[in-house]
Write a protein that binds this ligand. Structure first.
Ligand SMILES: [Zn+2]
Ligand SMILES: [Zn+2]
Length: 168
């Protein structure tokens, strides 16, 4: 998604509105993301501030992310800020992206920001029971036939503590 910025160069203080819909079509590196339910909408401005082109915008979108317990798709509404600086001149530091053309491809910046804003742990509901560790059945849909008498080793050590108490 390229945006023409030629009219900003050489015009300090000049600003142009940004109003875009961007389809994110690759989720590589983010296996929890099932897919996007709508394009990412970006609204804001590109402004020439002392010959640095500043993108100051807000984005929002709706996407599907796997529940971290049962893997069911969960709708996640995202709102995020998009702030980037671009320059053609020599004073490039690590926060300022170099641009060599009269247009900027905003796709990689939008994509980055979207994925960075997805919460780490998404659950479909607070009491999601998750998947059976042995057969993989979704326990929200009912119990499975697996042996549930298995005791977590953590509980064993707790029990040992209690036994010690009882003997005293
Ligand atoms: Zn779940
Ligand atoms: Zn099971």
């Amino acid at each position: 998604m390229r945006v023409d910025i030629s009219q900003l160069f050489g015009h300090r203080g000049k600003s142009i509105p940004i109003d875009l819909s961007i389809d994110i079509n690759d989720t590589e590196g983010y296996p929890d993301v099932v897919g996007f339910l709508e394009p990412v909408k970006i609204k804001g401005t590109l402004t020439n501030i002392d010959d640095i082109i500043v993108l100051d915008a807000e984005g929002d979108t709706l996407l599907n992310v796997s529940c971290s317990r049962c893997l069911a798709p969960v709708n996640v509404k995202l709102n995020f800020k998009l702030y980037e600086m671009f320059s053609k001149t020599g004073n490039i530091d690590e926060d300022i992206e170099a641009v060599t053309e009269d247009s900027i491809d905003l796709y990689p910046y939008v994509r980055n920001e979207v994925f960075e804003n997805i919460p780490m742990k998404i659950v479909c509901k607070d009491d999601c029971k998750g998947l059976c560790p042995s057969c993989g059945k979704n326990l929200n849909e009912g119990n499975c036939d697996c042996d549930t008498s298995y005791i977590n080793p953590k509980f064993d050590s707790l029990r040992a503590l209690f036994n010690v108490d009882e003997e005293v």
